[in-house]
Design a binder for this molecule. Structure first.
Ligand SMILES: NC(=O)c1ccc[n+]([C@@H]2O[C@H](COP(=O)([O-])OP(=O)(O)OC[C@H]3O[C@@H](n4cnc5c(N)ncnc54)[C@H](OP(=O)(O)O)[C@@H]3O)[C@@H](O)[C@H]2O)c1
Length: 260
């Protein structure tokens, strides 16, 4: 496991170098990194006025997103049930990324990302929902029956937006980043030309605005699909799931009006 993590960390470091070169000009031009502007994110701000991101599950998705947001100037904490195993990943991400246990990430984040196997979400929700109350929670998990068991079948049937909201009562839940592969996440961030679109669903408009900003900071283009019940439209098995689509392509496939 540690060897795998070390390899992931080394690979991530190489990737980040390439990506940083690619969008350094943009970042420099708008002075974002230097002045911390992307971290100014309205209602999700901590008292210091900076959106802090806690990530539960620093695997392929959580680890990659941590790197993208740390590059964009956000304070990030990655977490593991074995925090010592994250040392090399943290080193490769740099930017003073914090490391902790899931409880630390919950306490740290104004925005908390759930990036674990979907079958682990009910237990996480039971343990942490009281402490996540009022926080923006990004759920990117996908129910996979072969991995997650029978709960995944039920979640697919009712849609993840509805299913996950039962696991995490009282949080400002947003479905996002579930319909992109981790490979596209690392490869396509800040790409030239039309950005890859990321569908988002939530019942909380302010949370949608915060997550849309984080999608842009990660190098993608947000598309708001609708309330949590609409997350089903970009769940596993939907026509837009893990397709590399631009904003206009995604909107067309979902029958959403063209963007202004
Ligand atoms: N891979 C993709 O391309 C992709 C794309 C979109 C969505 N997703 C979804 O995103 C989620 C994460 O996928 P991934 O590919 O990033 O997985 P991953 O690389 O296996 O990482 C998952 C992380 O979750 C943590 N974890 C595992 N079991 C846990 C438990 N019972 N309680 C708490 N934490 C636990 C592990 O961290 P520790 O062992 O260190 O605690 C692990 O690092 C999944 O639901 C997946 O379906 C994946």
């Amino acid at each position: 496991m540690n060897v795998e993590r070390r390899r992931f960390g080394q690979w991530l470091a190489g990737l980040r170098q390439m990506r940083l070169l690619r969008h350094a000009a943009t970042v420099a031009a708008i002075g974002v990194a230097a002045f911390g502007l992307p971290a100014l994110a309205g209602a999700a701000n901590s008292s210091a006025g900076v959106t802090r991101i806690g990530i539960i599950g620093a695997g392929k998705m959580g680890g990659t997103l941590a790197g993208l947001w740390a590059d964009a100037g956000y304070p990030v904490m990655i977490s593991s049930r074995d925090p010592n195993a994250l040392a090399s990943l943290a080193q490769s991400i740099g930017h003073g990324v914090r490391v902790g246990a899931p409880a630390n990430a919950v306490a740290f984040g104004d925005v908390v990302v759930i990036a674990v196997p979907y079958g682990a979400e009910p237990k996480l929700g039971q343990e942490f929902s009281p402490r996540l109350g009022g926080k923006v929670v990004i759920d990117l998990g996908n129910p996979v029956p072969a991995r997650d068991g029978v709960m995944a079948v039920a979640a697919r049937r009712e849609g993840t937006g509805v299913a996950s909201s039962k696991f995490f009562p009282g949080v400002r839940l947003v479905r996002a980043f579930n319909a992109i592969t981790w490979v596209d996440l690392r490869k396509n961030a800040h790409r030239a030309g039309d950005l890859q679109a990321i569908p988002i669903a939530s019942n909380d408009q302010a949370a949608i605005a915060i997550v849309a900003r984080l999608v842009r900071a990660a190098g993608f283009a947000p598309v708001v699909v609708g309330p949590l019940s609409s997350a089903k439209r970009f769940d596993v098995g939907s026509p837009v799931y893990v397709k590399d689509l631009t904003v206009s392509q995604l909107r067309a496939k979902l029958g959403l009006p063209a963007a202004q």
